[in-house]
Structure formats: C-alpha cells, structure tokens
Design a protein around this ligand. Structure first.
Ligand SMILES: [Fe+2]
Length: 206
C-alpha cells in the first residue's frame, strides 16, 4: 500500500478530529488580519467567502490562485497546481503569535494554508478533500460558535473549541454553514512519517 495511505490511516487511529497543543490568541490574530485586504475565496462561486493567504506560490498575498478552487482553476487554466505547491509562507504567517514557531518542525511539509472569513450565510457545501498527499489542520478563531456556526463531519454536528488547533479528517464528508461572520484557519500538511510523528508529539492529551 502507498506510504501516504498507511500514514494517514495511522493518523486517524488517533481520531477523526483531535486537538493539538497550540492555541491562537484571538486578539493578536484579529489585529494581524485587520492589516490586510481580504480576497475573494473561490471567486467563481457566490458563497460569501474571503481569505488571507498563509502560504502561496511565491509568499505574496494576492490570493491567486491559492484562494481559488484548485480543481476549477486547473481545469479553466490548463494548469496542474497541487496543495503542496503553495509552500511559501506569507508575511501574515509569521505575524500570528507562536504559529511559525509551533509549525517550525514541519515547515518544510506545509502546503496551501489560509485564513477564511465567511460572511453571514457563508458556507461550504458537503464535500470531501480527497488529495492523498495532504491532511488538514483547522483552528476556529472568531465567532464560530453553535448555533450560529455549524460544522458537520460525516453528517453529524461537530463542536470544536475555538482557538485550539485540531487535526480534522476532511476525507470524510464535511460542510460548514454560518449565520454570522466567522473566521477560521485551514492548513494543508504533507502526509508522511514526520508529520505523523509531529501530530503524536503535539497531542493535547497524550
Ligand atoms: Fe474541505
């Protein structure tokens, strides 16, 4: 069996979602976000989503194509970008307190990552992230609280605590709907033995 499939299987023996030892300071993070211009996320779709790049192709924060749907961007532009091509951290990545230090051991395994803002009524319809190369970390930052923020995993409501970084098995069907403006972060990390070791070493409950 392919190495990354085996490593991902090992990751989910720890759970389909589990918290890591990293907390976002919301006040600091929001101050950082306010210094940048939010770009439309997946601009071809009207779904009230905006983003700030934490990584991109060149470390800039233009949002193109890293804040687009890679599938659709590649199809429309005859390109073949993959999550791991977006591996240059942006200025914002280094500004968020503690983030670059925490992720330093796996900085070379960091792929497409961003902060997302959903306006009132913003959503991600049910889907699966099936890229076999990467897994996802997620951190809910501003608002993101039930009943106004709804995250579903495999059809069930999932209540994650704000400010804590989680592993999330997004190969399972998941969706998000928000009744108010909310902000959260999403990281793509390469699946491999090193990233598995990093998850194990940084579980908040060992
Ligand atoms: Fe997803």
């Amino acid at each position: 069996m392919n190495e990354s499939i085996i490593k991902f299987q090992e990751m989910i023996t720890l759970g389909n979602h589990y918290s890591l030892d990293f907390f976002i300071d919301e006040t600091n993070a929001m101050d950082c976000f306010n210094r940048y211009e939010w770009k439309p996320y997946n601009p071809l779709k009207e779904s009230k989503r905006y983003g700030l790049s934490l990584t991109s192709l060149d470390g800039k924060m233009e949002g193109v194509p890293d804040l687009d749907s890679l599938y659709e961007y590649n199809k429309n532009n005859k390109t073949n970008y993959r999550e791991m091509d977006f591996n240059k951290p942006t200025e914002l990545f280094y500004k968020i307190d503690g983030l670059s230090t925490f992720l330093d051991p796996i900085s070379h395994l960091l792929g497409r990552s961003h902060i997302l803002k959903l306006e009132q009524g913003g959503f991600f319809p049910p889907h699966r992230d099936l890229d076999p190369e990467t897994f996802r970390l997620i951190v809910l930052i501003n608002k993101c609280e039930s009943p106004y923020f709804n995250l579903f995993l495999n059809g069930d409501p999932l209540k994650l605590e704000r400010h804590i970084l989680y592993f999330l098995n997004t190969r399972m069907e998941h969706s998000v709907f928000s009744y108010e403006r909310c902000i959260f972060g999403v990281f793509n990390i390469k699946v491999c033995g090193e990233s598995l070791d990093f998850l194990r070493a940084n579980l908040s409950s060992k």
